[in-house]
Design a protein around this ligand. Structure first.
Ligand code: PLP
Length: 376
């Protein structure tokens, strides 16, 4: 199998899996229980929180464990608005956010908030100038992802945060799911940021929301005292504890993995650009981990299935939207071409991939084009 679908999810690192298994076996007590095993698990969770906070350069109390990035985004956006609604009525986001952000913002719009969805530039980003020109006195919240999950474009979130903070009553949240462990993130400038474990070779059901102490949130999952009373439910202690190791390893290997993945991406960009009918949708400066491409006369669905038959896993668009039949809205927003959007496929890479796999992918593409008798 060739697995080029790492933006969807990644393999679990064996060393993470080993620790996780041990924790499930040995650290199963409820972290809020007052007996000795419970206290021990509580200490382990708090140590993990401390390590993660240090890695991100934030305070320990600024890390909230959640079950997935979709939950973190929902808590950040809906939770912030519920706790701060008197601050304003205007929300800024983009037209290419992940569905978890998109649907949380749609919900807030249905509750009477005025939402503006900023367009992306030819490079696939929302510029700080665009944000500045849309900021208003009553803008309460700006949310923009760091790296786009379909095309890999990188929003300049540090500079955008500076623009947002020119308005003292507004806060900035960024979905950093596709950037964490791949490029540096300016956590010092962000009010809230979302990270998911399963995109960085961690376990599923594990994520976090970084939220600065000065930011007030309202819970969206009601329950007990867990996570500062902001997220009810018994702690998923093994997942939270092992997240510290997952994050440490991702950050330790960030530079080397980036170089490795870039070599694979650069090879494919050269090959696909020279391939008859091949087209690169991702912008030039995109993160090398995500490469969005189209091939003339092959719709996303046909190509995805033909590659799957050959043991090659790719996505047509975001996996969370994979069952909907419409073309990629992100590719459409980028180059305004329904043709490229209908033919778009996303190749996404990780430390597990090799240049040899990229060569096999190109070989498979030649076979597919021949089999379909396409005159490209
Ligand atoms: N945000 C982005 C940018 C993503 O790519 C994804 C996953 O596809 C998510 C959020 C949702 O992540 P999770 O599966 O942890 O809810």
């Amino acid at each position: 199998m060739i697995y080029f679908d790492n933006a969807s999810t990644t393999s679990v690192r064996p060393e993470v899996a080993r620790v996780y298994k041990k924790l499930i076996d040995e650290s199963f007590a409820n972290a809020d229980a007052m007996h000795t095993p419970g206290r021990k698990v509580h200490r382990q969770v708090e140590q993990a929180r401390e390590h993660i906070a240090r890695s991100l350069g934030v305070k320990e109390g600024e890390i909230l464990f959640t079950s997935c990035a979709s939950e973190s985004n929902s808590l950040a956006l809906v939770g912030y608005i519920l706790a701060n609604r008197q601050r304003g009525n205007h929300i800024l986001t983009s037209n290419v956010e992940h569905s978890s952000t998109k649907h949380a913002i749609d919900f807030l719009e249905s509750q009477g908030f005025e939402v503006e969805r900023l367009p992306i530039s030819e490079e696939g980003v929302v510029t700080p100038e665009t944000v500045r020109s849309h900021m208003r006195k009553d803008t309460i919240l700006v949310t923009l992802m760091h790296v786009n999950n379909e095309i890999g474009s990188i929003n300049p979130i540090g500079r955008i945060a500076d623009v947002v903070h020119e308005h003292p009553t507004c806060v900035f949240h960024s979905d950093c799911v596709q950037s964490f462990g791949k490029i540096d993130i300016p956590f010092d400038k962000l009010d809230m940021a979302t990270i998911s474990a399963h995109k960085i070779h961690g376990v599923k059901g594990s994520a976090l929301l970084m939220k600065k102490s000065r930011i007030a949130l309202h819970p969206i999952v009601f329950g007990g005292q867990q996570e500062q009373g902001l997220r009810g439910g018994t702690e998923n202690a093994p997942a939270n504890i092992v997240l510290a190791k997952t994050i440490r390893l991702a950050l330790e290997e960030q530079k080397d993995t980036y170089a490795h993945v870039k070599e694979i991406r650069d090879f494919l960009v050269r090959e696909i650009s020279a391939f008859p009918g091949g087209h690169i949708n991702s912008p030039k400066d995109a993160l090398p981990y995500i490469l969005n491409v189209s091939f003339d006369q092959l719709t996303s669905e046909v190509l995805l299935n033909a590659l799957d038959e050959r043991g090659i896993c790719v996505s047509a668009k975001s996996t969370c939207d994979s069952r909907s039949s419409h073309a990629s809205e992100v590719v459409l927003a980028l180059n305004h071409s329904p043709k490229y959007a209908e033919q778009a496929i996303r190749l996404s890479f990780s430390k597990d991939n090799s240049l040899e796999e990229a060569k096999q992918f190109m070989k498979a593409m030649k076979e597919i084009v021949q089999n379909y008798g396409l005159s490209l």
